[in-house]
Design a protein around this ligand. Sequence first.
Ligand code: 6PG
Length: 251
Amino acid sequence: MTTDGRDVAIVADADELARRLAAFVVERARAAIARHGRFDLALAGGSKPKAAYAALAAPPLATAVEWSRVRFFFGDERCVGPDDDESNFKMARMRLFTPLRIAEGAVERMRGEAHPPSLAADAYALVLRGALERDARDTPVFDCVMLGMGPDGHTASLFPGTDPTSGDDALVRAPYVERLATHRITLTPRVINAARDVVIATAGGEKAAALADALGGYARPIDRPVLAVRPDPGRLTWLVDRDAAALLAAR
Ligand code: 6PG
């Protein structure tokens, strides 16, 4: 279904969500490689993408994409090293880069171990400026940004309590997240919304209230930062399971 310029697909469960997310990435990768010879992809962190990454690295999808033409980036990272179990990079390396034998040079890691974290944010902004095409606002353009959503409506590492749409024109930020008592590194809405495609995949009943707010427009970005994700002229696709969609009809 399409609502307010967004495609919303409701699938049965988290397993089907993983299959649909993997298929989405393959389809967008093939289109981007056909269009401009490569696919610049920002990966989501968290737990839900794990099964989708595993599906991409296994038959038949492992041979469905010319992976040597894909460049991997991250939407956000925890402030830990690359071998820490909390690291989004480590999760992707285990499930995607290693099984697909992705060359080290094709992966641009956010250096979560940097002190202060703002150094990593500034360095990553330079990486994006050097690696990606730019739009009319001189914003780096991803072919696809993958995102998840937390029960509080956070996405990437844009958490409630700070208006993600306010402030400077930064491409990458290193916010201190009160509720986690730690810094994070994250793409900003400016970069996310410049992408040709943004896909938000979320599952589980604990996400239902935030999803209803997000799709119903019942909140502000400071309360539900996922509301700041409004790619233009790019496309936004939601992939959600039935449990996460439970309150959509009620709103
Ligand atoms: C992270 C993610 C974060 C995640 C949501 C949903 O680094 O944790 O970027 O934004 O996408 O918290 O997480 P789940 O996929 O575990 O539901």
